[in-house]
Each structure stands twice: as structure tokens, then as C-alpha cells.
Design a protein around this ligand. Structure first.
Ligand code: S3P
Ligand code: PEP
Length: 434
């Protein structure tokens, strides 16, 4: 189904908002609860298409998952060796996270499986996980050695390895960690830049012996996972949209409550502060071991920056909305180390540059870098490329543009942010199905 939006301009955003649960943690909570012994409860589960696809797959693999009410799941864990084979395709939908983590987990099972995804996911690189899992002894066949469908040959003996991921990717790291749970001996994973550590933290909370610190994980095979109650915080990647809109639209003052602020996810907020944003974390606390805060944003005059490279992995999904802030800031913003943006749900670097130029911004891009000179934006007809992050980023840009912007192909927003339009309305954004 295609869905277009008409968006903006806004006269100001106000209010106290709550965004849906964290997508990364929701995928992992289903996976770890399924492999645990006993009944786990998940609260704050993201009712998005990506995470529901992961839950559906575990249903296909014989795990009973009840939904007593929306955003809650009761998972009847089957233990590490209790998953059942299913000859039907296991459909990850649009989710890179689902497919890559499951490749690691299913590569370690006694049975074969077939992982499939939608058109976008079937174009995303999978060799980055396959080649490394093969080094541990897994056997995975992919179209052209690279793309989904992934045919996973079970019944292999996996062995621990020292592996450097070569790419800063929590998905690659987590795929290896899931395989390592079943491998003989120790697996030591290093990565070129530290990435989000939810898999590690959640395993530790479930009683698995694992040692980890920034950029390095050591994990042994052959343990047990205990059932848990997961309380999932709001997704900082979703909170980013109303918060940046509040910074950019004059007369705004918005608070998003209960947002996960793990340091591996706060790169955007750090970058915005460097640009002069009036952004504050309040009521900081720990919830299930994860830092959580209420984030307050008020209209600010932003100025361009040279984005420190080290922040990029900590704001990887927020780069599109960061580019909108840069396009409306005073002066020039430069960012490098952005090659990963080309292999997400769309080519996010190309798609953002094209859309921003259509709105009148001065943008130059290279293979892995961008330079944006801020100035006023005008309404335009924008192609979101069927990518949720682009659709929501341009919806924010439109709030500050002259005229009404049309954004095409926005249905994919349901993968990560169900209820985005309702939340945007409540806050004072102008956004409607076209
Ligand atoms: O591990 C995760 O949950 C994720 C890791 C990131 O992907 P990469 O690992 O490919 O950078 C991110 O873009 C994605 O939305 C979620
Ligand atoms: C890249 C993303 O997700 P995934 O890789 O799970 O499809 C995202 O949500 O921006």
C-alpha cells in the first residue's frame, strides 16, 4: 500500500509526549525470552511491523507468545534447544535487525530454515554476517552470496573464534553473539567503533556469563538463560523527530518522557548541543539497567558544525533528521564516515541529499560524506524512497518550509513508529495523509 503525506508548516510544537518502545530492545527481548527457561513478560514492546515480524517468526518456531494487551507480550520460553523446525519461509519483513540476528541464531540450530524479507531487505548486504558466521562453522546460502533469501543449513558444530567485525554494526556483532551461545569455547568479538550493547546487557541480565566493554565482547557457549521482565524504554530514534521539530519551529517547547539514553544512542543529542540546541535530559534514572530520561527541547538558533566522526555510530539512524537540522542551521555542516547510510532501508545519503535540494538546500555529497549549508526551505514534492526515517525527517523539514510539502510513499513508517501522525498532531505539527 502506498501512502503519501501532506505536511507543514507548523506554528509551534508544545506538550509532553511519549514515543513507542525501543525497536532494538524489542527485537532482542522476543529472542532472549524465547530462548529462556520459563515465562518472560515484555512491557513497552514496540507494536511496529519490524518487531511484530520477529515475534511471528518465533511463533512459527514453536514459541507461544501471548498478547494480554497492546505493548505487552508474555513469552513462554522453550530453552536454548527448544525451538522447532518450520519448513515455511520465515518472513522478517523490512527488518535488517530481525534478519541479521536471526541468521546468527538459526545458523546454530539443529534444523534448516529459510529467512526471507521484503523488496528493500532483499537488497541489503548480508555477506557481512554470513562470512563471519561461516568462520564459526555455520552454513548459509544467499542469493549471489549476498542477498536474502537466506537458506540456513542447520546441524553444524559451531566453534568459538576471535573475530573482528570490520564494520561498526550492532547487528553483525549481535548475530555473532547469538551464534556464540551455541559454540564450543569462547568467541571474542572486536569492532572498529563501539556500537549499541543491548544484546550484551540483556544476556548478562538473563544470567549468561559475558564480558563486554566498548568495542569488545567475550562470550562462551553452553549456558542457560533465565526468564525476565523486560521494561522497554521509549526509542530515542523515534523521540528524535518531535524533539528536532521543536528545536527548529519557533515558539516550541516539547518534552518526550521515558526515552532510552544509552550512550551508544545519544550521538544526535550530543551533535545538536554542539549546534547550540536548548536540549536537556531531566529525571535521569535506570530502568532494567538501562539509562532513561525525559528529554526537553525548546526552539533554538542552531549553527553548523563539523560532526565528530566518532558520533556517527551513536546516531546512525538519526543521520537523516540531523541533516534536516543542518539544512535549517546557520552556516555550514560537514559530516564524514557515512558509508553505512547507503545500505539501510534506502540509500539514505542519496535520498536525503535529493529531497533537501528539492526544498532549496545547498547539499553536496560524496560516497561517504555530506556538506550542507543552512538556509530557508521551501515546500516540495519529496520521494521518501519507502524509508520510514526519510519520511519522518521530511515531515519535520516541512514544518519549517514555506507552503505545503508532499511526501511520497510513507507507509513504511509503521515499521518503527506506529502512531506517528497522531503524536505529530498532538504536538502541533501539520501532517495528514494526502
Ligand atoms: O542492532 C540494532 O538493533 C540496530 C543496529 C543498527 O544497524 P547496523 O548494525 O546495521 O548499523 C541500526 O541501524 C538498526 O536500526 C538497529
Ligand atoms: C536501519 C534500520 O533498521 P533495520 O536495519 O532493522 O532495518 C532503522 O530502523 O533505521
Amino acid at each position: 500500500m502506498t501512502l503519501d503525506w501532506s505536511a507543514g508548516p507548523s506554528h509551534g510544537l508544545q506538550g509532553v509526549l511519549q514515543v513507542p518502545g525501543d525497536k532494538s530492545i524489542s527485537h532482542r527481548a522476543i529472542m532472549l525470552a524465547a530462548l529462556a527457561e520459563g515465562e518472560s513478560r515484555i512491557e513497552g514492546f514496540l507494536e511496529g511491523e519490524d518487531t511484530r515480524a520477529t515475534a511471528r517468526i518465533f511463533g512459527q518456531l514453536g514459541v507461544r507468545i501471548d498478547t494480554p494487551n497492546p505493548q505487552t507480550r508474555i513469552v513462554h520460553g522453550v530453552g536454548l534447544h527448544g525451538l522447532k523446525p518450520n519448513p515455511e519461509p520465515l518472513d522478517c519483513g523490512n527488518a535488517g535487525t530481525g534478519m541479521r540476528l536471526l541468521a546468527g541464531l538459526l545458523g546454530a540450530q539443529a534444523f534448516d530454515s529459510l529467512l526471507v524479507g521484503d523488496e528493500s531487505l532483499s537488497k541489503r548486504p548480508m555477506a557481512r554476517v554470513i562470512r563471519l558466521l561461516e568462520r564459526m562453522g555455520a552454513r548459509i546460502e544467499a542469493r549471489d552470496g549476498e542477498f536474502a533469501p537466506l537458506r540456513i543449513r542447520g546441524g553444524q558444530r559451531l566453534h568459538g573464534q576471535a573475530i573482528d567485525t570490520a564494520v561498526a554494526s550492532a547487528q553483525v556483532k549481535s548475530a555473532l553473539i547469538f551464534a556464540a551461545l551455541y559454540a564450543e569455547g569462547e568467541t571474542v568479538i572486536t569492532e572498529p567503533r563501539p556500537t549499541r550493547d543491548y544484546t550484551e546487557a540483556m544476556l548478562k541480565a538473563a544470567g549468561w556469563p559475558i564480558e563486554y566493554g566498548p568495542g569488545r565482547v567475550a562470550v562462551r557457549g553452553g549456558g542457560r538463560l533465565s526468564a525476565q521482565t523486560f521494561r522497554i524504554p521509549g526509542d530515542p530514534s523515534s523521540a528524535a523527530f518531535p524533539l528536532v521539530a521543536a528545536l527548529l519551529v519557533p515558539g516550541s517547547d516539547v518534552t518526550v518522557t521515558d526515552v532510552g539514553v544509552n550512550p551508544r544512542r545519544t550521538g544526535l543529542f550530543q551533535a545538536l548541543c554542539l549546534m547550540g540546541a536548548d536540549l536537556r535530559f531531566e529525571n535521569e534514572r535506570l530502568q532494567n539497567g538501562e539509562p532513561v530520561a525525559d528529554i526537553c527541547a525548546r526552539s533554538s538558533r542552531l549553527h553548523g558544525i563539523d560532526l565528530p566522526d566518532a558520533l556517527v555510530p551513536d546516531m546512525i539512524d538519526e543521520c537523516p533528521i540531523f541533516f534536516i537540522a543542518a539544512a535549517l542551521a546557520e552556516g555550514r555542516t560537514r559530516a564524514t564516515g557515512l558509508a553505512e547510510l547507503r545500505v539501510k532501508e534506502s540509500d539514505r545519503l542519496g535520498g536525503m541529499a535529493r529531497g533537501l535540494r528539492a526544498m532549496g538546500a545547498a547539499v553536496t555529497e560524496s560516497a561517504d560524506a555530506v556538506e550542507i549549508t543552512g538556509g530557508p526551505l521551501q515546500a516540495a514534492d519529496i520521494d521518501s524512497l519507502g524509508d520510514h526515517r526519510l519520511a519522518m525527517s521530511f515531515a519535520v523539514a516541512a514544518q519549517c518550509a514555506q507552503g505545503v510539502t508532499r511526501i511520497r510513499d510513507c507507509a513504511n513508517v509503521a515499521t518503527s513508529f506506529p502512531g506517528f501522525i497522531a503524536l505529530a498532531h498532538a504536538a502541533g505539527m501539520r501532517l495528514d495523509p494526502a
